[in-house]
Design a protein around this ligand. Structure first.
Ligand code: THU
Length: 135
């Protein structure tokens, strides 16, 4: 699937965001290796620290559906006027499931985006020796 189409799915997912506190909607579209796409949005809580980011939620949902291999991730932040990259917690979380060359696009519109990779966003893979135990 083309990344522009994935962006549209991520933007559509952002419309489902539950973000009454930040008023910052985020959507994510995760293309799995089997060709399926898992979408998610950020979900906040009145206990602010419990907010769950869109991209982390997409991975949780995909893993729970039995997906194990992933092709690319596109994140849409329609409420910003610049592309917003994944937070530090999400970088750590996503690195559990993908390699350094995994493509990640983040954009605030279909024409304003950054194409990056897991390795660029999370260059010094924390705790990789623990990950080796899981393999
Ligand atoms: N958020 C995401 O869902 N993904 C990001 O990459 C950046 C931040 C959410 C968390 C919170 O609900 C809102 O955006 C403001 O931080």
């Amino acid at each position: 699937m083309e990344r522009t189409a994935l962006y549209e799915l991520a933007a559509e997912a952002a419309t489902k965001s539950y973000s009454p506190y930040s008023r910052f909607r985020v959507g994510a579209a995760l293309l799995c290796a089997d060709g399926s796409v898992v979408c998610a949005a950020n979900v906040e809580n009145r206990s602010y620290g419990l907010a769950i980011c869109a991209e982390r939620s997409a991975f949780v949902s995909a893993i729970a559906q039995g997906k194990t291999e992933f092709a690319e991730l596109v994140i849409a932040t329609p409420d910003s006027d610049y592309p917003v990259s994944p937070c530090g917690a999400c970088r750590q979380f996503i690195s559990e499931f993908v390699g350094a060359d995994f493509p990640i696009r983040f954009g605030c519109s279909r024409d304003s985006y950054v194409d990056s990779t897991m390795g660029e966003l999370f260059p010094h893979d924390a705790l990789h020796e623990l990950k080796d135990r899981a393999d």
